[in-house]
Write a protein of this length. Structure first.
Length: 494
């Protein structure tokens, strides 16, 4: 289970030479909410009031309580009955630059020599012991791809132009690709075919001339939200861009893993990918020449396509982030890597989500031993995210951490205010696990204030989202116990 104190999405990999490129493992790290050192909490408690009106830090958290939590569980389909994200689009000049960078490179930075896509209608089908949620989620995704991106996609299985979504035991997946939670591979029919050809030229994106088949692999025991998140990212990369860019704020194609469902930006890029002016095999200059007409048609308010300066993310930043949020290095090395990412961002003069994410990583890694640094880091991350169009969900995650911190510090009113500020972004992003956690924090905060009726309502609200986000009753109750432990810590502070 993913820790939703971290960005809540399955790590993905658009594989390069049949072995998925290493992705940061932060969303896959399971951990209870931990309580920062008491002295550190008291030292920063006086700063939290200002945070409510401006920007947030991460939660110091407590060990989960073993007490039983009577948490009602409602129909989880509510989690998918909300509007899809609808942030505004960037200029056509920015879209053109983003399209080229997404379409002509892999996540490792390795260039792709030609543009590729499926030519003709595409079928998408499930195989393996799929969870109950999979068929519903796939149908919703296909509907969105058809309506919003204009793609000729349908459920089923055809001889060519087919994407197979196979559910595989998690243990088998981790034995083959330990650093990813779900991934996509070209020219592969199924899991057996992948194991036989994972290191061959057959599954090399850079050698493709046209896409005719791909397989997406997802763990069998994924929660409903994890199934949906994996489908959105991996199917979209099977169809379109195989790169991820840290500088993009409003997309699933960003390894910060905050966005969980395809955004308006993503649908626009996919619509452009399947524009009639393009075809598989085109070079980057040929695609660039066609983009002004394509983008002018599909985004008429975006203006002319002018040449923007390149803004690549240096490999040193990516390596630092992967070290900071991976599981291979010790705590001190990971924190040093986060500090290095912050320094690289400052040297680059960035004010975008790359800087915000570096501060976010530093905050996360500083909570246990240096809450003051964590607070400063999250204040900086929140400032950047709030100033960035399309980064509302990032700001909501930081606010959730601050709300938990406020609860554990005995500041229930501030916790409620931060939850209230975060709910709209979490709802628009369809992030059920985040919604459930926010409502649990609200419930404990109201209980602390003696407002039993409001606390009971917040628990009911949480139950409407929790099973979809966390999967099982056991996982739901474990998260509720973690949040309850925060409130107990706060009562001891007071």
């Amino acid at each position: 289970m993913r820790d939703y104190c971290l960005p809540p999405r399955a790590v993905s990999a658009a594989t390069e030479t049949a072995t998925p490129e290493f992705m940061p493992s932060h969303p896959a790290v399971r951990g209870s909410i931990r309580l920062a050192q008491r002295l550190g909490m008291l030292a920063v408690a006086g700063m939290l009031a200002a945070c409510v009106a401006s920007t947030p830090p991460e939660s110091p958290t407590a060990r989960a309580s073993s007490a039983a939590i009577d948490l009602p569980l409602a129909d989880p389909t509510i989690a998918t009955s909300v509007p899809v994200p609808s942030a505004g689009l960037p200029s056509n000049a920015a879209l053109a630059r983003d399209f080229l960078e997404l379409s002509f490179a892999l996540e490792s930075g390795r260039p792709l020599p030609r543009f590729t896509r499926f030519e003709g209608p595409v079928t998408i089908g499930l195989s393996g012991p799929a969870p109950a949620a999979a068929q519903t989620e796939l149908a919703r995704l296909i509907g969105r791809l058809s309506r919003e991106a204009g793609l000729a996609v349908s459920a089923g299985r055809s001889a060519t132009n087919h994407i197979n979504v196979q559910f595989v035991p998690k243990s088998e997946m981790r034995a083959q690709v330990p650093n990813v939670a779900c991934f996509v591979v070209p020219n592969i029919a199924d899991w057996s075919d992948y194991k036989a050809n994972r290191r061959s030229a057959k599954a090399d994106w850079a050698l493709l001339h046209q896409r005719t088949a791909a397989s997406v692999f997802i763990p069998q025991d994924a929660t409903p939200q994890e199934v949906r998140d994996c489908l959105h990212e991996e199917v979209s990369q099977a169809l379109g861009p195989v790169n991820d860019l840290y500088r993009l704020p409003d997309t699933v194609w960003n390894d910060d893993n905050f966005h969980t469902v395809l955004t308006r930006f993503d649908m626009t890029i996919l619509r452009a990918t399947y524009a009639p002016e393009l075809r598989s095999g085109m070079s980057q200059p040929e695609v660039m020449a066609a983009l002004p007409g394509i983008l002018g048609r599909i985004n008429p308010a975006g203006g002319a396509v002018t040449r923007l300066r390149e803004d690549p993310t240096p490999r040193s930043y990516i390596n630092a982030i992967e070290t900071a949020l991976g599981a291979r290095a010790g705590t001190a090395r990971r924190k040093a890597a986060a500090q290095e990412a912050v320094q690289i961002a400052a040297a680059q003069g960035w004010t975008d989500t790359r800087t915000g994410f570096a501060w976010f990583a530093l905050g996360r890694l500083s909570m246990q031993d240096d809450p003051s640094t964590a607070l400063r880091a999250y204040l900086n991350a929140g400032t950047i995210y709030r100033a960035t169009p399309g980064a509302g969900i990032q700001a909501a995650h930081v606010d959730m951490q601050l709300a938990a911190f406020a609860l554990s510090s005995g500041r229930a009113e501030e916790a409620i205010a931060l939850v209230n500020r975060s709910l709209d972004a979490a709802l628009k992003e369809q992030n059920a696990a985040l919604m459930a956690t926010l409502y649990l924090i609200r419930a404990e905060a109201y209980q602390t204030l003696g407002a039993s009726a409001q606390a009971a309502q917040a628990r009911l609200d949480s139950g409407q989202w929790a099973r979809y986000g966390f999967g099982s009753d056991t996982a739901v109750r474990a998260r509720a116990a973690e949040v309850a432990a925060l409130a107990r810590a706060g009562s001891r502070v007071n």
